[in-house]
Design a binder for this molecule. Structure first.
Ligand SMILES: O=C(O)CCC(=O)C(=O)O
Length: 317
């Protein structure tokens, strides 16, 4: 049987030595499209964010209550109320919007950076391959502006072979690859169960690399870099956060740049309600309509949604 997920053949080593050398950073970024940094974030904030999420997941029964680490309780993913993990001002959002993170991003890219308001928390359960996020490029999902980058921060240590994220360095140079809907992979995003699009493994050229991740590592990658989550083979719920950023000088065209996940999700739900049965007819059109309403700050009403449904009746890759 063909493997469902990549098997990294090499481990990324931290690229901290590049920091402080502007042209080395620029050359590395343009060649590889990704880099890994260690010990550049506030370790206490990383630990506090992990504790807070562990406590919230403990209250929901997904991890063993009172444990220092997010030890999985054995419950299914549907036991997790993702929305409530974003309640209040969670520390993982503070970490993503910390001055330390922005300073590193600006050191890497040599210019002023806007970190997107939307910050995601991911909780990969041991053995739950169905909900493991497969091979994709972020540029396929965040629109209309593909000129952004991503950061990914594990909140727990993830040894090689236990999960984490794998990337294909240099893959940003090949542009957008076709993504196909597959019922082998589902996303469980904000409580919504959806079949995932992915790039079939055999369509991806280049070397898959993983890392021996430590909590608080910072993995950066271009929006066109192919990457994939790897199945969690540890006993912990794999907690990580990710967000997007772009040059501050560019207009903020993607809704994620301006709205938090909660606000975006509420507005998304309002558009879904207006779409009704049409939401299931064509996933591409549904997502394009949602992105257009949110990115353009258009009124969330039936007339706008009806107009966009007609406008976006065009197939995409
Ligand atoms: O953390 C994960 O499971 C997947 C993250 C991811 O694919 C992304 O940030 O684009």
């Amino acid at each position: 049987m063909a493997p469902r997920f990549p098997e990294p053949t090499r481990l990324l080593q931290p690229h901290n030595a590049l920091l402080g050398d502007r042209s080395a950073c620029a050359d590395h970024w343009s060649e590889h499209g990704c880099l890994l940094l260690r010990d550049v974030l506030d370790a206490e904030l990383v630990a506090a964010a992990r504790r807070e999420l562990t406590e919230r997941l403990g209250q929901q029964g997904a991890v063993i209550s009172g444990a220092a680490e997010p030890v999985w309780s054995g419950s299914g993913v549907s036991a997790i109320d993702a929305f409530s993990l974003y309640e209040g001002d969670p520390l993982f959002v503070a970490l993503a919007h910390s001055a330390a993170l922005r300073a590193v991003l600006e050191a890497v890219h040599g210019e002023s950076i806007h970190v997107y308001q939307s910050v995601q928390i991911r909780f990969a359960l041991p053995g739950d391959e169905l909900h493991t996020i497969p091979m994709h490029q972020d540029a396929r999902y965040i629109e209309p502006d593909s000129q952004f980058c991503a950061f990914w921060i594990p909140l727990v240590d993830i040894a090689p072979g236990e999960g984490g994220l794998a990337v294909v360095p240099r893959s940003h140079r090949s542009g957008l690859l076709p993504h196909v809907v597959s019922t082998e992979y589902y996303s469980y995003y904000m409580g919504e169960e959806r079949p995932q699009r992915c790039i079939p493994l055999d369509q991806i050229e280049g070397e898959w690399v993983g890392a021996d991740f430590k909590a608080g590592d910072l993995l950066l990658f271009d929006s066109f870099v192919v990457h994939s989550a790897l199945p969690n083979r540890s006993r912990l719920v794999r907690l990580s956060i990710d967000g997007r950023y772009q040059r501050a000088a560019r207009p903020l065209l993607n809704w994620q740049a301006r709205y938090s996940v909660r606000t975006g999700t509420e507005r998304r739900q309002a558009v879904l309600d207006l779409l009704g049965g049409r939401a299931d007819e064509d996933a591409d059109r549904r997502e394009a309509v949602i992105a257009a309403v949110l990115a353009g700050d258009l009124p969330v009403d039936a007339a706008t949604v009806d107009r966009l449904v007609t406008e976006y009746a065009v197939p995409r890759r």
